[in-house]
Design a protein around this ligand. Structure first.
Ligand SMILES: [Ca+2]
Length: 457
């Protein structure tokens, strides 16, 4: 999802809010399609599916006894058919072609699976290492290196035109759709109509639907080939229709912007988008660093930008101990897994990645994958044992924070920026390392602060 302006209302409880690791609650956002595009044919997966099927069956029994399966249409809400006619009417007013719109909307029905996917909430937050290992796997590295070699000429041309290094384009490609292998398979118009009819973020998806209809009218793709993720992210770079409208380009010059099957269009569009987000190919994304003993964790925030020479003076070094590079740029230190985890010094291009996808871990995955594709080594920090919190625990943590006067907002089980800020305030007050990272140890410290153990009975 690549459209920061439109996202305020859409950004809550998205599937890839891998709390506490995502960044901006009200800024851009996107839907992670990893859950949908699983590799097929793995025996483990097969067992997993059977287990899932069993659990689903159990869930269905439970829900049949206690809960309605399909939410009823609330009083006053039009039927889907009526709603669809209103959409067609509005499309006409917006100047879209009546025949194109009529054909695109003909006979569609809401897809209940999409609502299920939209409502799912992971029980556990994902740990840093699990996230990175899952995305920067050996298989993906091997495939990515092959593809980077294979498409070298195209990548060089695109870098010369748009100023984005090929290794980053291949990294995005790998993370978004496993190099074009998993486009999602949902019909985009139907998916967007489903989500636009649903009440949760109807305005956002309704606007996306009109953009999608425009893409059809402009002939970039036909309706049948217009597939995407359950949330309407399209083609090999997984652009939302509004992102497509602004940034997709016809790199191969055949008159169509085809991000589904033309690789020049895929990479050209991704590079054009990144370039418009401020990408600068004179630099990389950032790097893993080591922090000096006693480093002031208050400085570890994206918004704290300092010249590389200042970080050097503070004692920040490359992770292997060497000096930081000498360059006239600023960077920020981030500790995505708290003070026990690895630290990174990130540059302007990192923020461009965060505009593509607001998850800090996603952005680090892109950078790390790109590095590994050109032969740089794995991360070097020791792998600390993380104890991820459950959603329930995060809710309790938020309640505790609120009780202690550190405003964590309405407890919702999602450790967004406000919760992280409140955690930081609590840590400072309690004399703990103030990394704002809600893990098991913070949870325990908070629990004892709220319910002090009885001293000597
Ligand atoms: Ca084209």
């Amino acid at each position: 999802m690549r459209n920061r302006q439109q996202f305020t209302s859409a950004s809550r409880s998205l599937p890839n809010t891998l709390n506490p690791l995502f960044l901006f609650k009200g800024k851009g956002s996107r839907y992670d399609n990893q859950m949908i595009h699983r590799p097929r044919n793995s025996p483990i997966l097969h067992s997993f599916r059977r287990l899932t099927a069993l659990l689903l069956a159990l869930g269905l029994c439970l829900s049949a006894s206690g809960y309605a399966q399909t939410p009823e249409i609330p009083v006053g809400k039009p039927s889907f058919e009526k709603w669809l006619s209103a959409v067609a009417e509005e499309a006409k007013i917006r100047g879209l072609d009546e025949v194109v719109v009529g054909n695109a909307l003909k006979g569609i029905e809401p897809i209940s699976r999409i609502i299920e996917l939209d409502r799912r909430q992971p029980e556990f937050t994902q740990t840093f290492w699990a996230y990175i290992d899952g995305r920067v796997s050996e298989t993906r590295l091997k495939k990515g290196r092959e593809l980077l070699r294979k498409h070298k000429t195209l990548m060089t041309r695109i870098e010369n035109t748009h100023g984005v290094q090929g290794r980053f384009l291949v990294a995005f490609w790998g993370l978004e759709t496993n190099f074009g292998q998993f486009l999602g398979g949902f019909p985009v118009i139907d998916a967007l109509a489903t989500l636009a009819y649903d009440d949760r973020r109807s305005d956002f998806f309704r606007a996306e639907l009109f953009d999608a209809l425009q893409i059809l009218e402009d002939g970039h793709i036909d309706r049948e080939s217009m597939v995407g993720s359950w949330a309407g992210a399209m083609g090999q770079p997984q652009f939302m229709p509004s992102t497509f409208a602004r940034y997709a380009i016809d790199e191969d010059g055949n008159g169509q912007k085809n991000i589904w099957s033309s690789l020049p269009d895929v990479f050209g569009s991704a590079a054009n988008y990144l370039s418009r987000l401020g990408w600068d190919n004179r630099y990389t994304w950032g790097r893993e660093v080591s922090l000096p003993k006693g480093f002031d964790l208050d400085l570890a925030e994206l918004k704290t930008k300092k010249a590389l020479s200042e970080w050097q003076d503070i004692g920040v070094r490359r992770v292997d101990g060497r000096d930081l590079p000498v360059a006239d740029i600023t960077g920020s230190v981030v500790v995505p897994a708290g003070h026990r985890g690895p630290a990174f010094l990130v540059y302007q291009n990192f923020e461009a990645i965060l505009n593509w996808n607001r998850s800090l871990l996603y952005a680090i995955s892109v950078g790390h994958l790109a590095d590994r594709l050109v032969g740089l080594g794995p991360m070097q920090s020791a792998r600390h044992q993380e104890r991820p919190l459950t959603r329930e625990q995060v809710t309790v943590l938020q309640e505790h924070l609120n009780r202690l006067g550190h405003d964590a907002g309405v407890p919702d089980g999602q450790a967004g920026p406000q919760t992280r800020g409140a955690v930081k305030a609590f840590q400072k007050a309690a004399g703990l390392p103030a990394d704002g990272y809600p893990d098991g140890s913070v949870f325990e410290a908070l629990s004892s602060a709220v319910e002090p153990r009885e001293s000597n009975p």
